[in-house]
Design a binder for this molecule. Structure first.
Ligand SMILES: NC(=O)C1=CN([C@@H]2O[C@H](COP(=O)(O)OP(=O)(O)OC[C@H]3O[C@@H](n4cnc5c(N)ncnc54)[C@H](OP(=O)(O)O)[C@@H]3O)[C@@H](O)[C@H]2O)C=CC1
Ligand SMILES: O=C(CO)COP(=O)(O)O
Length: 344
């Protein structure tokens, strides 16, 4: 491919543009603010979102969505999930009929509780539906910008589409796997942010490594439970979009969600946390959406429930921990354990 576009010049969009610039001659990078597009073009740096990384001359900042997507073979959507619907609605009429759309956002739409690929499908014509993919996995923008070895996964309903996206992104430092499980990859990527918030709370309370390991493990159990209910392949949660992203987000000081959790433990309100961060903290809105989804589908998600109470009902962090630890005793792998005891 020669012409690709990245929509969203935050940290992740800018980092993905640096990867794409290794493989493609023209990379349009859409920013909604004129001064950011100008800074990218004039200084070859995005100081606010990816400081210290020199951007290739192949990357061109642009503020026109129409111009950015026109005649592009690949369009990468990297706006925060709350902005996905409006952004896709605006650019949809200008897409070339063969364009592949890949999104890299990690969240759910708060009112509809939909995954990002579902939101995108609703905003583009049916002819694009098989050309939609998701890119996810353990990948902090700061490290990708520095070309540290990174692995990600691309999921699409059609394997040939996933493979085209794999081809477009793969470099010697950015290894891309494919997976047909769009639901699992999107749910893993979105819900790990909730558990990362919890890990930040746990670290803020200085609970140590046992508590963090418990949160990650039981967090993955509840992410998988919801994902499987929605139709995901359980194996996806053992992969890059599951365990991989959970570990990288919940154990890293790069993570905005982990840092937000630490601020929660200090008693800051969600609004103050978002204002201080100056960057997107997807886990806050995703906690609301996932909690509602779990209630509607009757899926048990105790960590998500407690974080929801912490974020939106002013529950004290230590009370949330006591309530988690004091829950009714159970088997570790409840469905499997019941089968096992039936057979023995
Ligand atoms: N950062 C990372 O390491 C990774 C992030 N992601 C995911 O990528 C997505 C984007 O996050 P990230 O780049 O980190 O976010 P940042 O906070 O770094 O940047 C947010 C970007 O989105 C723009 N933006 C904010 N609101 C809107 C809106 N309503 N309409 C259009 N654009 C908007 C901002 O523009 P402005 O400057 O004008 O406000 C800015 O360019 C998230 O879903 C995140 O979970 C996934 C993997 C890694
Ligand atoms: O998704 C990420 C790494 O894979 C980035 O996580 P944060 O949004 O918490 O920084």
């Amino acid at each position: 491919m020669r012409n690709v576009a990245v929509i969203g010049a935050g940290s992740w969009g800018t980092a993905l543009a640096t990867v794409l610039a290794e493989n493609h001659e023209n990379v349009s990078l859409w920013a909604r603010r004129e001064e950011l597009a100008r800074e990218i073009n004039e200084t070859r740096e995005n100081k606010r979102y990816l400081p210290g990384i020199t951007l290739s001359e192949r990357i061109k900042g642009d503020t026109s969505l129409e111009r950015a997507v026109r005649d592009k073979e690949l369009v990468v959507l990297v706006v925060p999930s709350h902005a996905m619907r409006d952004t896709v609605r605006t650019l949809a009429p200008h897409l070339h009929k063969d364009t592949i759309l890949v999104h890299a956002a990690k969240g759910l739409e708060i009112d509809s509780l939909k995954r990002m690929s579902e939101v995108i499908k609703e905003e583009v014509s049916a002819s694009f539906h098989e050309q939609i993919a998701v890119l996810s996995g353990p990948s902090h923008a700061e490290e990708v910008g520095m070309k540290a070895p990174t692995t990600v996964v691309v999921a699409a309903e059609k394997m040939s589409v996933a493979e085209e996206v794999q081809d477009a992104f793969i470099t010697s430092r950015f290894r891309v796997y494919t997976n047909p499980d769009v639901i699992g990859v999107e749910i893993g990527g979105a819900l790990k942010n909730i558990i990362a918030l919890g890990a930040g709370v746990s670290d803020g309370l200085e609970f140590g490594d046992n508590a963090k390991a418990a949160l990650l493990t039981r967090g993955l159990a509840e992410i998988s439970r919801l994902g499987i209910k929605l139709g995901a392949n359980p194996l996806t949660f053992t992969g890059l979009a599951g365990v991989g992203d959970l570990v990288v987000t919940a154990t890293s000081q790069h993570s905005r969600n982990w840092r937000a959790g630490r601020m929660l433990a200090q008693g800051l309100a969600p609004d103050e946390i978002v204002a201080r961060m100056g960057m997107v903290v997807e886990g806050i809105k995703t906690t609301k959406a996932a909690h509602q989804l779990a209630c509607e589908l009757g899926v048990e998600m105790p960590i998500t429930r407690e974080l929801h109470a912490l974020l939106f009902r002013q529950k004290a962090p230590r009370d949330a921990v006591s309530d988690l630890m004091g829950r009714v005793r159970r088997h570790e792998t409840e469905e499997l354990a019941l089968q096992y005891f039936d057979n023995h």
